[in-house]
Design a protein around this ligand. Structure first.
Ligand code: GN1
Ligand code: MG
Length: 350
């Protein structure tokens, strides 16, 4: 049994606080903590299967938030606390995490009057595009580079190798259900690895990226302005289309990422164009010509990568993503595969 009392104490919070589950992330477990005096915090149990090296993970986040704070201050922003996450130090160690003997915990200050969206309007999308481009811009001169908190996280060639392994192991005995889907998905593996090829050819640079730019990883205020980019676990070196493509995967899909009715999965072109406009406004300052053209691959690449990752987890017996029902990962994989096929029409030649 988790001793919440001790966790709150470790971060110097009121042990009489109320604790409620929050959000719907697939990896960490998140809670809203409200002190009797009303002050709120967000507490998370870190999933150490996904992030085994918590010290490096939190060190990355501390460095990223410190870097962003400096940039915001240089711009004369006065309400920095609304635009950058602040993690509480463990009062005993000074680190931004606490180990209770079994699990690792962290607590950040809740930003008041902030909301997340699971879908966005074109106006929100434009603001989000500007914010993610700006996030990359602020971190462009971060030295030393952040660590790779999950090795080969957005490496499509690696994801396909994991898929190959899951197929040959067939751990959950589910391969027979999905043979056609597996065959179709493998047919385009080379196209899916365009970015890796361009990088090898010296045409695509690594940059500091967020690498989990789902719509719900942005905090908006109630007027629709972006406050803050959240979920910083995966900030690491990557290709720009990591951020551009992963946002489109959720933001520019007319349906949720696990929509069972494939007819409802269509690209919302208004959101797509609005996000592109916003993103280019800020990221346009540093993108190379190749990167600009490659953005057309972003949605395709990330819907495809996510389809491969969900189907891999399905074949492995649901060991990675939290599921809500037995075939959930298969439903997710089919939905993302449909989106990838829609997104193929957008590809420009590089
Ligand atoms: C995971 O943290 P969360 O649940 O927002 C995953 C992302 C996937 C996403 C799919 C560390 O993100 O890569 O795109 O689920 N994060 C990790 O919904 O694997
Ligand atoms: Mg998240």
């Amino acid at each position: 049994m988790t001793d919440f009392h001790r966790i709150l104490q470790a971060f110097g919070l009121d042990t009489e606080s109320e604790i409620k589950p929050l959000g719907n992330g697939l990896i960490n477990s998140t809670y809203l903590v409200t002190e009797p005096a009303g002050k709120r915090y967000v507490m998370q149990r870190i999933n150490t299967n996904v992030f085994p090296d918590v010290d490096t993970l939190q060190d990355n986040i501390d460095r990223v938030t410190a870097h962003i704070r400096i940039k915001l201050a240089e711009r004369g922003i006065t309400d920095i606390e609304r635009h950058c996450l602040r993690f509480l130090p463990n009062t005993a160690t000074g680190k931004s995490y606490y180990h209770d003997g079994t699990d690792y915990w962290r607590i950040m200050v809740h930003i008041p009057d902030s909301i997340t969206h699971e879908t966005v309007t074109p106006e929100h999308a434009e603001a989000a595009g500007r914010a993610f481009g700006d996030f990359e811009k602020m971190l462009a001169d971060m030295k030393p580079l952040p660590a790779e908190t999950i090795r080969d996280f957005h490496n499509m060639e690696f994801r396909l190798r994991q898929f190959d392994d899951a197929i040959s192991t067939n751990a959950a005995g589910r391969l027979d259900n999905v043979r056609d889907l597996v065959r179709d998905m493998l047919e385009i593996r080379e196209l899916g690895c365009t970015a890796e090829r361009l990088h090898r050819e010296g045409k695509l640079p690594l940059r500091v990226c967020h690498c989990d730019t789902k719509v719900n990883n942005i905090l908006f205020d109630t007027e629709g302005n972006v406050l803050c980019v959240i979920d910083l676990d995966t900030v690491m070196p990557g290709y720009v289309l990591s951020d551009y493509g992963d946002f489109m995967r959720t933001g520019a899909n007319c349906a949720p990422e696990d929509e069972p009715d494939l007819d409802r999965i269509r690209i919302n072109t208004e959101v797509y164009d609005a996000f592109t406009r916003g993103y280019l406004e800020t990221a346009g300052e540093f993108l190379t010509d190749t990167e600009r053209r490659l953005l057309s691959h972003g949605l395709f690449r990330f819907a495809y990568m996510q389809a491969i990752r969900f189907l891999t987890d399905y074949l492995n017996g649901d060991t990675y993503y939290r599921i809500a029902y037995p075939e959930h990962n298969l439903v997710r994989a089919r939905a993302q595969w449909k989106l990838a096929r829609e997104a193929r029409h957008l590809l420009k030649t590089i």
